[in-house]
Design a protein. Sequence first.
Lengths: 177, 264
Amino acid sequence: MFNYVEGCERLRKMLNTFLVTGIDEVHLEPLDDLIKSSQIDEVKVLNSPQPLSQQRVLFGALRNIHGTTDEMRAKLRIARAIHENPKTVERALEMIDSLCAVAPYIDEFLTEGGTKESEKINELSRALYRKANYLGFYQNLATQLKQARISENDVEDFVKKLTENIEIEVETTDETL
Amino acid sequence: MKIMVETSVLIEASIFWKCNGQSVKGFSFDKCTGLLFFLQEHPEFGIVTKTVENEARNALDKAVLRTIRQTYFTDIKEKIRTMMMQHIVSNYCLDRLDKFVEECSSRLPVDTKERDRIKTQEIEPFLKDLVMKTVRYIQPSIPSFVKNREVREEITDVIVKSLPSKGIVYKGMPADRDLTIMAEATFICRKCKNKEKVYVASIDNHFIPNKVQVGSYLSGYKKYLENELDPTVRDSLATQFGFIGEEPAKILEIAKQETSGQTA
């Protein structure tokens, strides 16, 4: 089983080395491991017997790790190609603390099969997403949808249902209907 | 003037998607975004409290979960796709919500002890007493032997027209979260020492004048009376606690008048 705390620390080490030696595409394994493991664990979480609300929180956190690390790898490769080092590496290093903050909760869920701290994970996962977005380590909407093979019509249907459910939640439904 | 944005307005303005040249939005989206765009330009008027922000996030979370539960997964692939989609949509809506909270509000400190005291010792008993005298809709008493639906509907309309007073129409006792928001609005009013009018922008009928609805339980007949709003409970709350609940479009009008008056 992949350990996310160790995985993030390995990533920190890798980036610190890159700061000194420059980006080396052959030594991106810590990043590759995080990308691969988060994708595998997304499926594990959705197959777990935990309630949907918990699955959703964990799935979101893993998705944010996956999205961030995937984009980080792409950006590091571009930085290597244009010899832009160390700006991208420095920015990537700024992401590490946010990744490290959520990692222990994912390890806990995967080893113990559940968590009591869904709210905390949600909060940290959202912070990770916001930081990644701010630092340019998150794909744009169109790319995310394309990668997930989701059509615009599917999203339209989902959002339509969501607006109906929001009206139920905040009690603004038209009662004559 | 101060405009406190209530959960329903914040969340309604946050749910939006544009695709294939068409936009998907709720029925009050335009009214709510109109006010929030105004507040982005005049953040000195806007107040979004922590409670409202948290409630909006909770509402979005619950609505997304409800939407996922309504989806039938034929296999794990379908489940992964749906979960990815909800993740993308949730992040997008939360981004909008965060932007509104950051740009539309000057957040005032709220003394939570005092707020809770106002809620439990003032607003809750006041409303509990008041809702004893309110109705959700007006139902004239028609003998049960009149079974025909059309006849019942016709008689309902005639009786309602001839009624000298239609009673107080209100949605019923608000949920705990609404009482907290009302208490926060009261707290802000008292902080302003009634020097400034405090409006609560909402599309939830617990805060604003209620549309007058008539109906017949036996035939299932229900309709809203055109252009008739019952502001009794809203006005009572305003008199007793100071805050004025109103629809975002109306508040926008008032705020625009106020700003044009200031510049003139």
